[in-house]
Design a protein around this ligand. Structure first.
Ligand code: PMP
Length: 362
């Protein structure tokens, strides 16, 4: 028996064909590649959290997360009468939705404007759905006629709209989004992915009662808790109940439950950090706009997309200066020579700017 034939006899061809999600080793780097909040909780709060976590029982399976989910709904603006489903990051929520919507007897379709967050397509592939990406226009706005035509043609079960979008950073026109939600009607669900809501301060959450096919998904990751992995989604209770059947039991572990519960009591601190980052976004965007040969795209998120003359060389030179950003040049033709930079502290932003100037001059 060879391992090779064992794998080809057991693992699906489409899974064998894809690569695994790569997380670069960032030790020693100024890490500006993953849209993390650079700030920790203040020391006194870290200590208090440490005491809470020390008291968590690790020998038992996580208890029902009903208490936490009620607290998330109450503190994070979920409308009355709506509940949330919690996931191990919103990554897990995306795969739960894909798993629930994939069919055994025919290929179901997931759609998103592209370029989009890569986990949409990956989750579709792994669940056995077809993924249809509809290109954004060159200013990264929605191509509404193309989207409407693609919806009519493919009848997607799921349409993901990240608001604001990753990796482009812009907010789509909400009126165009409403047209898409209406066009999906009762044959498709529209997931408005609000991972960057703390930096955009725009939301569809309050509009849930208007549309039965609307799902709003968010995460605590960008707010400063990427390490605990907690995502949440809200939708009509009957719809959420269907996804609940696909959610793995105990998917939100006890440490995450305790840390999230604690963080929700200190949302003011996290919101202040988000406000600082919004200010720094304006400062960094303005400084970048001053540079010759750099195009800065408007951002409503905690990252900035720029176009440089040669992204490959600039990226390599930044790495040599221990600055880690994301090179998106090969992701999609509209992103040629584009780099994505997470907005960080004034010190890290300045270090990046200096390194960028040096990297482009090399
Ligand atoms: N949606 C979008 C648009 C994202 O950019 C990301 C993270 N890069 C996520 C979802 C996933 O977030 P989480 O950490 O909650 O899995």
């Amino acid at each position: 028996m060879s391992l090779e034939s064992l794998i080809s006899n057991t693992i699906r061809a489409d899974v064998r064909a894809i690569g695994s999600y790569h997380v670069p080793d960032a030790s020693g780097y100024v890490k500006l590649d993953a849209m993390e909040n650079p700030y920790q909780l203040p020391e006194a709060l870290q200590r208090e959290l440490g005491e809470r976590l020390a008291a968590v029982a690790l020998n038992r399976y996580p208890p029902s997360y009903d208490g936490l989910r009620r607290k998330v709904a109450a503190r994070l603006g979920v409308p009355a009468g709506y509940e949330v489903l919690l996931g191990n990051g919103s990554d897990e929520l995306i795969s739960i939705m894909a798993a629930a919507c994939a069919h055994q007897d025919r290929r179901a379709v997931m759609m998103a404007p592209v370029p989009a967050f890569v986990m949409f397509q990956r989750s579709a592939q792994v669940a056995g759905m077809d993924f249809v990406g509809v290109p954004l226009q060159s200013d990264f706005s929605l191509d509404l006629p193309a989207m409407l035509a693609a919806i009519a043609q493919h009848k997607p079960a799921l349409l993901f709209l990240a608001y604001p979008n990753n990796p482009t950073g812009n907010l789509y026109d909400p009126e165009a989004m409403v047209q898409l939600i209406r066009a999906m009607g009762d044959t498709g669900l529209v997931v408005v992915d609000e991972a960057y809501e703390p930096f955009a301060q725009r939301s569809f959450m309050g509009r849930l009662p208007e549309f039965d096919n609307l799902i709003v998904m968010r995460t605590l990751s960008k707010l400063g808790l990427a390490g605990i992995r907690l995502g949440y989604m809200s939708a009509a209770p009957a719809l959420l109940a269907q996804f609940e059947k696909v959610r793995p039991p105990y998917n939100v572990n006890v440490m995450t439950q305790a840390a999230a519960d604690f963080a929700l009591d200190h949302l003011d601190v996290l919101n202040e950090q988000a406000a600082l980052l919004r200010e720094q976004r304006a400062v960094l965007s303005a400084a970048l706009a001053e540079l010759p040969n750099v195009t800065v795209f408007p951002s409503a998120a905690n990252f900035i997309l720029i176009r440089v003359a040669d992204a490959e060389t600039t990226h390599t030179n930044l790495l040599a200066r221990k600055i880690l950003v994301k090179n998106l040049s090969k992701m999609h033709s509209v992103l040629t020579n584009c780099l994505r930079i997470t907005v960080s502290t004034p010190e890290e932003n300045a270090a990046f700017l200096d390194a960028l100037k040096a990297s482009m001059a090399v």
